[in-house]
Ligand binder design. Structure first.
Ligand code: NAD
Length: 235
């Protein structure tokens, strides 16, 4: 029986790179994204199953896990990756954005873990990776609300190590620096002009894959361009 992975935000960027990497290694993938065209395209490319849905709604996580169960009868790896920086104006410290950003970047992780846990347990355990960010480790003044949401998920990852251990489920967080994806397209020229190095989605996918197989639960892995991934903290 092959390994089965669930990946959110899989229509683009880091999530799509993880889906391609895992499927190339023989993992069956269930992809989730609100971008219907994109998730269908990547789903067909990797020969997996896909679901169109908004991860800030609890129902999307339940439907995604049900799809994994129906299609493959098990679940081993979960990449809770979908995220937003709330729009093109990264400088906005706007309370109206707060619920949207937290819903997508933070609520979705709570819903994702809760929905996946019973099937992971039934499958004999597994591994969950959450995409945080360097902005989850240091204050990112260009987008304080985004930075808060990414700090929050690291707190959740650390706090879940013990409760998940009994179910043989490991959890970790990946913290990429700037990565060349559509998410940061509005800032791309500025970053290049400033000479700031950018990661490729494939580099981040390699780090996610290594986290899935980390021996230690609670690892927070920093990935920066031109550097080997660095474990930031072991719980
Ligand atoms: P991306 O825009 O290429 O991909 C994000 C995907 O998430 C998109 O396909 C989008 O449709 C999906 N998505 C967004 N909101 C959703 C929702 N409510 N429901 C379902 N799907 C939704 O961007 P990316 O850079 O690959 O982002 C992936 C993750 O990496 C995000 O959590 C982001 O915060 C994080 N991250 C990105 C960078 C970077 O520089 N690109 C750096 C650190 C962390």
């Amino acid at each position: 029986m092959s390994t089965v992975a669930l990946i959110t935000g899989a229509a683009s960027g880091i999530g799509a790179a993880v889906a391609r990497r895992l499927s190339a290694g023989g993992v069956a993938c269930v992809l989730v994204d609100r971008d219907a065209e994109g998730v269908e395209r990547v789903g067909k490319e990797v020969g997996g199953a896909w679901l169109v849905g908004d991860v800030s709604s609890e129902e999307t996580s339940s439907r995604a896990v049900a799809l994994a169960d129906e299609r493959y009868g098990r679940l081993d790896l979960v990449h809770l990756n979908a995220g937003t920086n709330g729009g093109v104006d990264m400088s906005a410290f706007d309370p109206e954005r707060y619920r949207t950003v937290m819903g997508i970047n933070t609520d979705s992780v709570v819903y994702g873990v809760a929905a996946a846990l019973p099937l992971l347990k039934r499958s004999g355990g597994g591994s969950v990776v959450v995409t945080s960010s360097l902005a989850g480790l240091v204050g990112f003044g260009l987008d304080p609300i985004y930075s808060m949401s990414k700090h929050a998920v690291i707190g959740l990852v650390r706090a879940l190590v013990e409760p998940l251990a009994g179910a043989a489920v490991k959890i970790g967080a990946v913290c990429p620096g700037f990565t060349d994806t559509p998410l940061i397209a509005p800032a791309r020229d500025m970053l290049i002009e400033a000479g700031l190095p950018m990661l490729t989605p494939d580099e981040v996918a390699a780090a996610v894959d290594s986290l899935f197989h980390a021996e230690t639960s609670g690892t927070v892995l920093v990935v920066q361009s031109g550097m080997e991934p660095t474990p930031y903290h072991h719980a």
